[in-house]
Design a protein. Structure first.
Ligand code: TXA
Ligand code: MG
Length: 350
């Protein structure tokens, strides 16, 4: 594995070209996007796609997102494109929004996990865009973590998880948003939200009107596997139990009850954390939930490294980017939500 440090805003073209050569020859390159790091391979090469699955130890039926750098490339990977979809793409890309569309047969089934649909996005990150352009092919890239770990927001996370499985890591520092892109299925009408992300439901409603938000996004439970293949897999399993508190107002009391009998790390906003004793992981500010999104996955990794029995996390409002934060927190906790002080006592006693 080679690690190349690149300037995230003005990437050095010689470094990008070195990485692009690896993509062209069927190898794997980890690179920053505005959301999280991706593990990229040539999306049109079935062997490269297989390598991606193997490196991540990801089940072969959980498809990859195809990354493109301009709208002409959309026609190379998707089929039956309507003028509405093209106009919508023009408005929102580059950006943290992934479309599920009909697959162009040029994209092998290895990339789409056997599906006749394909997930596509144009990332808003200079390193990602330059890499795709210089590679001259669309790049299939899931998040560059092991299937059992949180998505990487720093190159160090990629190196920890994937090590020698990657040929080149483009280290462009910390990613901007910190949670993965919003995914919407555009093959159905009205469109269905498959994963909340930095491109908010409120923005989507303004642009395309009604979208369906399946209850699984907030309540958990099984998705129709054919429509949302990734959703049947637990996002990842933190080594430590993570509990989410249902109401902000209960957080400190729940923490206190748990700490009477357990070693508990508090995951909380700087405002709430202020008078909370260690161990604690500060997530960001209540006044700007984008700061919480940015630190979230790093915080889950920190929790695993602390000498504690469990973590307990403060909840955030499920609006705007808060919907994505809570969706990831619920998945990370396996939907273990503490709803009352009595429940906290029970957990502490077990
Ligand atoms: O922000 C992101 O989207 C990052 C960066 C690297 O771009 N990528 C990412 O990829 O999060 P990944 O593989 O970790 O998540 C892709 C999700 C999976 O849940 C997968 O099931 C879903 O997209 N997906 C891919 N193709 C699909 C399809 N044809 N239909 C429905 N869901 C699909
Ligand atoms: Mg992922």
């Amino acid at each position: 594995m080679i690690v190349l440090k690149v300037d995230p805003l003005n990437p050095e073209i010689n470094l990008i070209r070195r990485a692009a050569e690896v993509i062209k020859s069927g190898g794997l390159v980890a690179f920053p996007t505005e959301t999280v790091y991706g593990l990229g391979g040539n999306a049109l090469n079935p062997r490269a796609a297989e390598k991606v699955f193997k490196a991540k130890r990801r089940p072969m039926d959980n498809p990859l997102i195809v990354h493109i750098a301009d709208l002409n490339q959309l026609e190379e990977v998707a089929a039956n494109l309507s003028s509405e979809v093209m106009e919508f793409a023009q408005k929102v890309w580059p950006g943290p929004l992934t479309f599920v569309l009909k697959r162009n047969p040029k994209v092998p089934l290895e990339t789409t996990g056997g599906l006749e649909t394909v997930a596509v996005r144009m990332p808003a990150h200079p390193v990602a865009l330059q890499l795709i352009r210089e590679s001259e092919v669309p790049i299939a890239a899931p998040s560059a973590n092991l299937a059992t770990r949180p998505s990487p927001t720093l190159a160090e996370h990629v190196i920890q998880d994937l090590g020698e499985e990657v040929d080149v890591v483009l280290d462009g520092g910390e990613t901007f948003f910190g949670v993965e892109s919003t995914i919407i299925n555009l093959t159905v009408s009205p469109p269905v939200l498959l994963r909340p992300g930095p491109f908010t439901v409120e923005e989507l409603n303004n642009l395309i009107g009604e979208i369906v938000i399946p209850k699984q996004i907030t309540e958990g439970g099984e998705f129709n596997v054919a429509l949302a293949p990734g959703m049947k897999y637990k996002h990842y399993a933190p080594k430590k139990n993570l509990y989410l508190v249902q109401k902000k107002s209960m957080f400190k009391e729940v923490l206190h009850v748990l700490r009477e009998r357990r070693r508990v790390a508090a995951l909380c906003s700087q405002e709430t954390c202020e008078d909370v004793p260690e161990p604690k992981i500060i997530l960001g500010s209540n006044d700007n939930l984008y700061t919480v999104a940015k630190n979230l996955f790093k915080s889950f990794r920190q929790l695993d490294d602390l000498d504690v029995d469990m973590g307990v996390m403060e909840p955030f409002p499920e609006k705007g980017i808060g919907l994505a934060i809570m969706n990831r927190a619920k998945k990370a906790s396996g939907f273990m939500i503490i709803r009352s002080i009595e429940e906290a006592r029970e957990i502490a006693g077990n």
